[in-house]
Design a protein around this ligand. Sequence first.
Ligand SMILES: Nc1nc2c(ncn2[C@@H]2O[C@H](COP(=O)(O)OP(=O)(O)O)[C@@H](O)[C@H]2O)c(=O)[nH]1
Ligand SMILES: [Mg+2]
Length: 312
Amino acid sequence: MSGLAPRSRRALGRELTRLAQASVAESLAHSAQRPEPSMETARIGFTGAPGAGKSTLISRLARLRLAACRDQGGVAILGIDPTSPLTGGSILGDRIRMDAIANEPELYIRSLASRSSNDGLADNVLDLLVTVESYGFREVLLETVGVGQAEHAIRHSVDTLVMVLQPNAGDAIQAMKSGVLELADIYVINKADLPGAKKSASEIRGIVQRSQAAWRAPVIEISQQHGEGLAKLDSAISEHLAWQAEHRNASETLRRRRHYHVQSLIVRRVAELLDHRPQLLDTTNLAESYAEILQLLASDAKRYSRQEETGW
Ligand SMILES: Nc1nc2c(ncn2[C@@H]2O[C@H](COP(=O)(O)OP(=O)(O)O)[C@@H](O)[C@H]2O)c(=O)[nH]1
Ligand SMILES: [Mg+2]
């Protein structure tokens, strides 16, 4: 396939809109109707604080990624934007629509709000990824904000994780020193035209060098303004994907994804129950509220084990 026909583009757009708003019951019904994920599409995730420059970076990088896989299905970009942005980051779709790549037939771009999800991903991000993949793209570039548990959630959802940092991102570097952020496959010090970039890059290199991980994560300085570093990032992504194809255990990866998927469905279901039945909390007895929720989940379970039609 080379490029999505306009009609498939519209169908994909509608499916994503619907899925992004789906309840847990609806996403389960949807997943029962589609094929199992195949891992044929490469998923490349970009995380980092709002304003770090992820959308700008992705819009430039997409052109290079697309040049390499135009005849193999092309590239889809999925941006999960925070519902209420804290700082200057712009909506991915808006930024890219202004860019020259917007009219490429082999490129699909979609932004979605992160809604109630508190991990910086859309509630149904795994469903969204699988749906995009079912349209035959060679690569999906996924942008998310790095808040709370986002790094862990995205780690389980993608093949290659790129962390985008700004010079003097003191908090992120502190977090890395304490080991909590050592999750990415590639680190980008973005806005390398600003002061402090060299120092931040060498601090992160120091941390990465101490890591025991089999893959040595590269640290790449990039400035959008001078176009430096972009080609390096492009090759680093290709190298990591190739390294992974050789070294990882595919069934173990699918298991981990399923683990996150099942867990996130249950967490969302509990949140739905609490939202729809606030009276569950009208008690001073914590164990009682807990037991009532388990009972409601048990009645869900009966329904699913009978495979009732849930109406996607
Ligand atoms: N100085 C400088 N500014 C940049 C660079 N890349 C992006 N920006 C600016 O940083 C701001 C946030 O960029 P954006 O891509 O929307 O960040 P996101 O929230 O991480 O997606 C925008 O005003 C960009 O123009 C860069 O390399 N250097
Ligand atoms: Mg953005």
